[in-house]
Write a protein that binds this ligand. Sequence first.
Ligand SMILES: Nc1ncnc2c1ncn2[C@@H]1O[C@H](COP(=O)(O)OP(=O)(O)OP(=O)(O)O)[C@@H](O)[C@H]1O
Length: 227
Amino acid sequence: MIEFRHVSKQYGRGSSALTDIDLTIGKGELAFLSGPSGAGKSTLLKMIAVMERPTSGTVSVNGQDVGRLNASGLPYLRRNLGLIFQQQSLLNDRSVLSNVMLPLLVIGTAGAEAEKRARAALDKVGLLDKATSDPMALSGGEQQRVSIARAIVNRPQIILADEPTANLDRASARKVMDALKAFHGVGVTCVIATHDDNILASASRIVYLEHGRLVDGPSSDSLQGAA
Ligand SMILES: Nc1ncnc2c1ncn2[C@@H]1O[C@H](COP(=O)(O)OP(=O)(O)OP(=O)(O)O)[C@@H](O)[C@H]1O
């Protein structure tokens, strides 16, 4: 379970990126973060992964106040998180398979086991046939699905994705979302930031932010007409 209690975040001396956020995302839930550009969606995701820490308030993951974790506690938390962030792009000097094996090799998994699990992860996102390809030879949607395979290869309990369908055409976006929903289907908690009305139209839970505050946004019912 992910809990925000009275969480505010200010970057430097700038205005508040998030203000007094109270939010609970249950275990196994699929929650979408939406709202205009600059509303604080990425900041909220980053605080769950402790890529940023709250200025005040508490963020807890499975009962643990992660904002207070020290450097030695972070790897343990992150092992339970699958992160799909734009900054974490694929390494172009390695094959697709090697990119997906990397998180396992980093934590000391033996090569043969890492390869087996990386192949299984690629299979889950429908890209086993691209294992030996160079990431640059893949379409944007395929690259994003490789990122998902890399994020889930550690079998995380929680997936955090920031605009996973940005810059993708509708068919590719659907494949990326289907891959994410499949993990939700086996009990993984997913928190996904998106502007994409097509995705939001079928969302069961939308957390809507505006100017760093939680507000009642458009419902998925009202988006169904727009999408
Ligand atoms: N590292 C940073 N340093 C200073 N200000 C930041 C930093 N990151 C974000 N901000 C500011 O915090 C606010 C929220 O940004 P954030 O990236 O969380 O919004 P967002 O909803 O994810 O936007 P987008 O949809 O454009 O990605 C913005 O005003 C942004 O300029």
